[in-house]
Write a protein that binds this ligand. Structure first.
Ligand code: ZN
Length: 186
């Protein structure tokens, strides 16, 4: 990750809340944020997919994909795997939005016969950046300190922010918040 990237991500988390009228440590709804970025969230049900494709994507292949970003005539749209828990969808959506906001360039672009682009295969560096950015947007460091110093557990915090417990634990560990608070004897 580039120098200063993590600090920039924390600033973006505050900025995104400001434009949505949320306090700096409030909950960021990635669906509302997508709307602000003028990114369309496709409704899986409304896509004209064959029954076989739906089964393939939600049952047989359920674990193999989380989200897809499509582009048509400059308009970006994201399709989320509806078989996944909404907490996971929130993170997957934020991850896709991160690629867009960070202006990442996919290594591979598939084009459908109707001219829709499927953006995929980002570099490992860009995937790491998108993961970090998404985690920061959903759970800013100051928010973690705020709740953790009031003895709220990762489970409590995950519930407040509509994310998975695993993501919350990852953020507490990776931001050093857990260690920092232990040092303070909280
Ligand atoms: Zn990605």
């Amino acid at each position: 990750m580039k120098r200063g990237f993590k600090t920039q991500a924390e600033k973006s988390a505050v900025e995104a809340r400001k434009v949505l009228g949320v306090s700096p440590i409030g909950k960021l709804d990635p669906w509302l944020y997508a709307e602000h970025l003028e990114v369309i969230i496709l409704d899986f049900e409304e896509l004209d997919l064959s029954d076989a494709s739906v089964r393939q994507l939600t049952a047989s292949d359920e674990g193999s994909w989380s989200a897809m970003t499509l582009e048509e005539a400059g308009i970006r749209a994201i399709l989320l795997n509806p078989a996944h828990a909404v907490t996971r969808q929130a993170n997957d959506l934020m991850h896709e939005l991160a690629h867009i906001e960070l202006k990442h360039t996919p290594a591979r672009v598939e084009v459908s016969p109707s001219g829709i682009f499927l953006l995929s295969d980002y570099s490992d560096d860009q995937e790491q950046e998108a993961d970090w950015y998404a985690g920061t947007m959903l759970l800013p460091r100051d928010a973690l300190i705020h709740h953790r110093s009031r003895s709220q557990s990762a489970t409590d915090i995950a519930k407040i922010y509509g994310v998975s417990e695993a993501l919350c634990e990852w953020r507490l560990r990776m931001t050093g918040v857990e260690v920092q608070l232990k040092r303070w004897g909280r």
